[in-house]
Design a binder for this molecule. Sequence first.
Ligand code: PEP
Length: 249
Amino acid sequence: MSRKFFVGGNWKCNGTIEEVKKIVTTLNEAEVPSEDDVEVVVSPPFVFLPVVKTILRSDFSVAAQNCWARKGGAFTGEVSADMLINLGIPWVILGHSERRLLLNESNEFVGDKVSYALAQGLKVIACVGETLEQRESGSTMAVVAAQTKAIAERVSNWSNIVLAYEPVWAIGTGKVATPSQAQEVHFNLRKWLQDNAGAEVALSTRIIYGGSVNGANCRELAAQPDVDGFLVGGASLKPEFIDIIKSAT
Ligand code: PEP
């Protein structure tokens, strides 16, 4: 089964309205492979979502960087999945390591968010990944399996989930995983999906890599059989994001 290459751009907590419009202009003017070959989703901060959605080319899509775990209400500072749907935002990133580690989001809480967001009709980029300490102690697979299990226990339909493997030690550090390190974890995650969610889910779910991907290292990573695309942070704010999109073909 062919899995359409997926490239996400996580703009994190960056940008002014002027800078955001400039990035969108660069994207809009770029020549990239057809949307039949690559799915491109950019994720600006919440406040810029409506404007980016309005001015972004129609073959690219937008994602929020987070949403609340339940229906809205008395949760100051949160944004609900229902609100994103109401605005026509199709995607959300959940479980990013910056939120897991800096804001203490547990596996269970991330699983609850994924489940609620899917139930409201959002598509989810669900992030998993180990810290350097966990990798060095040999627990990479146990960590990403536990993170994925908390999602699998709460979700029966995986068709609107993209799983992003993002080793924490590679995020924003310039220290990218080698193609074989990425392939090994992606292969094992797919095997985990096969054993725990079924062969069809394992075959069809896109597993993308994130962590210091740039225009120079993307092609070798994209050539790995179980790497179905990327979640890109820093480089998604720069013109080289176009090169990363082009690594799909
Ligand atoms: C990310 O934040 O998801 C990420 C992968 O960041 P970077 O590409 O900057 O390492």
